[in-house]
Design a protein around this ligand. Structure first.
Ligand SMILES: Cc1cc2nc3c(=O)[nH]c(=O)nc-3n(C[C@H](O)[C@H](O)[C@H](O)COP(=O)(O)OP(=O)(O)OC[C@H]3O[C@@H](n4cnc5c(N)ncnc54)[C@H](O)[C@@H]3O)c2cc1C
Length: 469
């Protein structure tokens, strides 16, 4: 160690921010730091979806710029994680590695191995919880078992944790003089120049600053109405912070803290905080039941008679099922990389209950096309919709996509926005366009329903009877 202190590597992962970043904060206190980002998706996670890669590409640029503004250079490498960490440590004479924990099952396993090998050669390996309000290992029920019901889980979380003042960006930063080999972010080939990527990019501001601004304006203007407006996809009633949260451009603690400092006295009981709690619950379930990223939590669903039908699956993906709310959602997803939560529930239910297609196929499509693709929240959402997860919707409660549209897209505005073929249909005809073939404005290019709701419902309930036996 020299007079400046020991050099540390700060390994940025799904925590692409400097504010409220415990790994960065504590490393800087120690001495000089080398910020790095390593791209080795097969080791860190099952995969990284195409839309999510676009987000990663842009958010890495904003992180790099922010680091440069405080005199630090982001080192970017791809390939084997351990090999890169050891090489960087050797060439910089770093004595420790700091990172915030990733909770995906494959990352947990990999990290244990990396930690052991790094410590074996005498370096320090320090990890922090930077991406959840509470570490999943800290919450158990009275029998020392993991909770499976959200309300019990969240009540316990709120009783043992409180928001903390977000860690400030350290002011005194020491960089090192040595040149360390780095790739350009462009060399990671994240697919950012593909047409689809360019189209999606138009809808988003990827800068971390935007996330805090969005949160502040959401708290000021939308928070009080959230429990009503959050269900209506034509209204901008939700915060749209999910991709920023996934890549850690804003921390859940920053949100928790901002809510606690707002003028809203009911912030702790609010629906909005509960949704942040659902995100925590997804991570909690993934931590305690890691097999659920591929398997249903409820064992009886292992034998569910899913159907293989590529034609129906393609219709669902392309937004041509003939059910306007389902199609509007799938088209919004393809166009923007995001879909409203109410519509996510409706399209997921339609796939698993009307088409009887395996929830894992839907989860894979979401994972590839969502900018906020997140293994924990996606698994939670799909298992919830399929009725096979913890505290999920009962299987026999089957959403009717037409009445869901009538209830949550009352004037048909959301449908009109995403399905131009039927935009001139009157309300309520727009909810069942096939019944109004004679309507003056109906274009023939919109498909008839690919399945009948009542028949599908019966088939779904029959399939459920098989696994109940
Ligand atoms: C089938 C299905 C798949 C989903 N896949 C994902 C996914 O891959 N990534 C993802 O981030 N969310 C997923 N969700 C949850 C939810 O739809 C999104 O988090 C939400 O729509 C994001 O929009 P928002 O930021 O405006 O949310 P807001 O309503 O503003 O909520 C604030 C934050 O709370 C969290 N949150 C809200 N609702 C949920 C929920 N139901 N479950 C978990 N966390 C929630 C998100 O982090 C969100 O950003 C999925 C839901 C379903 C039904």
């Amino acid at each position: 160690m020299d007079a400046l202190g020991a050099t540390s590597i700060v390994w940025f992962r799904n925590d692409l921010r400097l504010e409220d970043n415990p790994a960065f904060f504590h490393a800087v206190k120690n001495g000089p730091v080398i910020p790095i980002f390593l791209w080795s998706p097969n080791e860190e996670d099952s995969s990284v979806g195409s839309a999510s890669k676009i987000w990663l590409y842009h958010s890495l640029f904003t992180l790099k710029k922010q680091l440069e503004s405080i005199g630090l250079n982001l080192i970017v490498r791809k390939g084997d994680l351990l090999k890169n960490l050891l090489e960087i440590a050797e060439s910089s004479n770093a004595k420790s590695v700091y990172s915030n924990i990733r909770y995906e099952p494959s990352s947990i396993k990999k990290d244990q191995d990396i930690a052991r090998k790094i410590r074996d050669i005498g370096l320090e390996y320090k990890t922090f919880n930077g991406n959840l309000i509470i570490d999943p290992s800290e919450i158990l029920n009275k029998s020392n078992l993991p909770f499976k019901v959200f309300s019990h889980f969240w009540k316990k979380c709120l009783s043992v944790t409180a928001p903390t003042k977000p860690l400030a960006v350290p002011q005194k930063i020491i960089s090192i003089n040595k040149k360390i080999q780095s790739l350009d972010i462009k060399d990671l080939n994240l697919g950012e120049t593909k047409n689809w990527a360019l189209k999606i990019s138009k809808y988003w501001d990827f800068n971390y600053r935007f996330a805090q601004g969005k949160l502040d304006s959401f708290i000021l203007n939308n928070f009080n109405k959230y429990s009503e407006t959050r269900n209506f996809p034509s209204i901008d009633g939700t915060s749209k912070l999910s991709p920023y949260l996934h890549y850690g451009q804003i921390s859940p603690n920053q949100i928790f803290y901002s809510l606690s400092k707002s003028k809203n006295t009911n912030w702790k009981e609010s629906q909005y905080l509960a949704e942040i709690g659902w995100r925590e619950f997804g991570y909690y379930l993934m931590f305690h039941f890691p097999h659920t990223i591929n398997e249903p939590l409820r064992k009886e669903f292992k034998n569910f008679p899913w159907i293989e039908n590529d034609i129906l699956f393609e219709s669902w993906k392309n937004g041509t099922t003939g059910y306007p709310l389902v199609d509007a959602g799938m088209r919004e997803l393809w166009e923007t990389g995001w879909m409203h939560n109410r519509v996510r529930m409706v399209v997921a239910s339609f796939l698993v209950k009307h088409l009887l297609i395996d929830w894992r196929k839907g989860a894979d499509w979401f994972f590839d096309t969502l900018v906020d693709a997140d293994l924990a929240s996606n698994t939670l959402g799909w298992q919830w919709s399929a009725g096979c997860g913890a505290d999920s919707a009962p299987y026999f409660r089957i959403f009717n996509p037409t009445t869901q549209a009538e209830k949550f897209d009352i004037n048909g505005d959301y449908i009109r926005r995403w399905i131009p073929e039927i935009k001139n249909l009157r309300t309520p005809n727009i909810f069942q366009p096939h019944k109004f073939k004679d309507d003056l404005f109906l274009s023939n290019s919109y498909s008839a329903p690919i399945v009948d709701h009542s028949e599908s419902r019966k088939k779904a309930l029959l399939a459920y009877e098989i696994i109940k036996k």
